[in-house]
Ligand binder design. Structure first.
Ligand SMILES: NC(=O)c1ccc[n+]([C@@H]2O[C@H](COP(=O)([O-])OP(=O)(O)OC[C@H]3O[C@@H](n4cnc5c(N)ncnc54)[C@H](O)[C@@H]3O)[C@@H](O)[C@H]2O)c1
Length: 252
């Protein structure tokens, strides 16, 4: 049986850990050839080795996905080594973690970092694939937003604003690109078991998980399942949408 992403080239940003890693492994299992981008060289090379060990093909690239020059160079390398991308997963992003604060006490340098890593990275990477996708008449762009964009979580006002920006960007660009057969959608995880959560006190994690209707935190693979749908031709008539994957914690 043909795999759903057989013959496709997929780019995953922030592929070295968490949701990016799980999505990369899923894309590979679904038949795609991968370009794996991450700031952390050894992490992304480790994921590429996992993909290769399972019989897949992956090109690992170490770069800062909020740096315009590095992004241009990375996508030139992808085109040269693999060809023109069919799928782009804009997964890079984070909250300010140890630097988070109330809005009134906030440091504008932290705001710049949050907007760059969550919103600008998504916009800059998307610009690198759109012309090729338009020429081909097909393409899938999937952007990671967050439940925080819609529930306005405390102390992460900057992250909420940046991730709400991702939703607005997704909708506007989806409208522009739909006539060219390009789908642009967003996936918004709720609390998901990645390394940021591993650093929190585990009794707090359990308390939060108990309050989720599904009574557990998400796994990276739960998010990758939704992403795999948006990357496949099963979602050809779905564009500009945001799917929250959060065990029912917040409903749109
Ligand atoms: N984990 C959650 O609970 C959760 C919830 C909602 C939304 N999200 C979103 O999902 C996405 C993935 O989150 P995660 O928890 O898997 O993250 P993670 O921190 O586990 O992994 C992120 C990866 O991105 C890489 N990275 C960070 N900045 C980078 C940059 N500037 N350039 C290139 N690579 C960079 C890191 O090295 C890391 O490998 C993010 O956009 C995040 O905001 C996560």
């Amino acid at each position: 049986m043909t795999k759903p992403l057989e013959g496709k080239i997929a780019v995953v940003t922030g592929a070295g850990n968490g949701i990016g890693r799980a999505s990369a492994l899923r894309f590979s299992a679904d038949g795609a050839t991968l370009a794996l981008l991450d700031l952390d060289k050894s992490a992304v090379e480790g994921v590429a080795a996992e993909v290769k060990a399972a019989g897949g093909k992956a090109l690992p690239l170490a770069l800062d996905c909020s740096n315009a020059d590095q992004i241009v160079a990375a996508f030139a390398a992808i085109r040269k080594e693999l060809g023109k991308p069919d799928i782009l997963l804009n997964n890079v992003g984070q909250s300010a973690r140890e630097r988070m604060s109330d809005f009134v006490n906030s440091d504008m340098a932290v705001l710049d970092f949050i907007l760059d890593v969550n919103l600008k990275s998504c916009i800059l990477c998307s610009r690198q694939v759109v012309n090729d996708m338009k020429e081909r008449g097909s393409g899938k762009i999937i952007n990671l937003t967050s439940e925080s964009a819609v529930n306005g979580s405390l102390k992460t006002w900057d992250y909420s604003a940046a991730k709400a920006g991702v939703i607005g960007f997704t909708r506007a660009v989806a409208r522009e690109l739909a006539p060219y057969g390009i789908n642009v959608n967003a996936v918004g995880p709720g609390m998901t078991r990645t390394r940021a959560m591993d650093q929190l006190p585990q009794d707090l994690v359990q308390k939060i998980a108990d309050a989720i209707p599904a009574r557990r935190a998400g796994k990276p693979e739960d998010i990758a399942n939704a992403i795999a749908f948006f990357a496949s031709d099963q979602s050809d008539y779905v564009t500009g949408q945001t799917l929250l994957v959060n065990g029912g914690n917040w409903m749109l």
